[in-house]
Design a protein. Structure first.
Length: 288
């Protein structure tokens, strides 16, 4: 009887856990829709800015605008790591942290002094635990980042890059391909580099104001938006990863409940059979 009571307790406990994970799955699904809308809205703007820069690009612009300056042998770089503030999303944060550690090791091997800027409680907590120094920390952005948040994060790095204190700025974030595909990704946001295929010319166009003035106004917007994209894609990826993790947990809890109920029924049936056998045995003993 003690075994049957223990099984009933376990069934009730797992049922409560399943209710919690199912609720978290529904909440993540609701948040995912809004986060996905922000990602979809952000991507065309970034592409449009890149197209304008490519159209107006001229080789001598890198001498006029420091954000286009490419250093052949960088000596100092900033790595911005974006993680979530909460867990229960599978290996989402662990994968981002692993990529950041790998990149820090690569930069150190190249002789680059890399400083870490951590956004999100999970990344901050890990690097505090391992004793890794962080140049800056932010836990207040959460899962609804805004363009203002992006400016606050990247503007100080842009100023230092402009002064020559940094040779490169990179960001590690989760790229949102779909709710079930959110690979950790590294993106260089400074210096702004255009491939030869992207570079076009506006030689046959008459521009007011000049191409230089337009590029000077667009470059900071482009860098701001690249950081904003990284923030919103990571936020959407977090909700997708949490929804998947909670769905898997709910399904596993359901399977465990089924197994526990079968085990309970067998134990209960065995106990009833034993009790019947004892009654029959006692009755036969009295007849004898």
């Amino acid at each position: 009887m003690a075994k049957a009571r223990e099984l009933r307790r376990r069934i009730r406990s797992v049922e409560k856990t399943r209710q919690i994970t199912n609720t978290m799955e529904m909440v993540a699904t609701s948040k995912l829709k809004r986060a996905q809308d922000r990602v979809v809205a952000a991507r065309p703007y970034a592409a449009a800015l890149a197209d304008v820069i490519a159209d107006l690009f001229q080789p001598d612009l890198s001498q006029r605008f420091p954000w286009l300056r490419v250093v052949e042998q960088p000596r100092r770089a900033a790595l911005v790591l974006i993680t979530s503030n909460r867990g229960l999303c599978g290996g989402f944060n662990a994968n981002l942290i692993r990529l950041a550690k790998q990149r820090m090791t690569e930069l150190a091997g190249q002789g680059v002094d890399a400083e870490l800027h951590a956004i999100g409680r999970k990344g901050i907590g890990y690097f505090r635990y391992v004793g890794q120094a962080m140049a800056s920390q932010r836990q207040d952005i959460g899962d609804r980042p805004t363009p203002a948040h992006a400016v606050e994060v990247v503007e100080p790095l842009m100023a230092r890059f402009e002064r020559g204190e940094l040779d490169a700025v990179e960001v590690v974030f989760a790229k949102f391909n779909s709710p079930v595909s959110t690979p950790p990704t590294r993106m260089q946001i400074l210096p702004i580099v255009l491939s030869e295929a992207d570079r076009r010319t506006a030689a046959n166009s008459i521009l007011r104001p000049s191409a230089e003035a337009i590029v000077g106004a667009i470059l900071p917007l482009y860098v701001h938006h690249q950081m904003y994209r990284a923030l919103v894609e990571t936020a959407a990826s977090e909700q997708g990863a949490r929804r998947t993790a909670m769905k898997n947990a709910t399904d596993s809890a359901g399977e465990m409940i089924d197994w526990l109920r079968r085990t309970y029924n067998r134990a209960r049936q065995a106990q009833i059979t034993q009790e019947i056998a004892e009654i029959v045995g006692g009755s036969e003993a009295q007849k004898g």
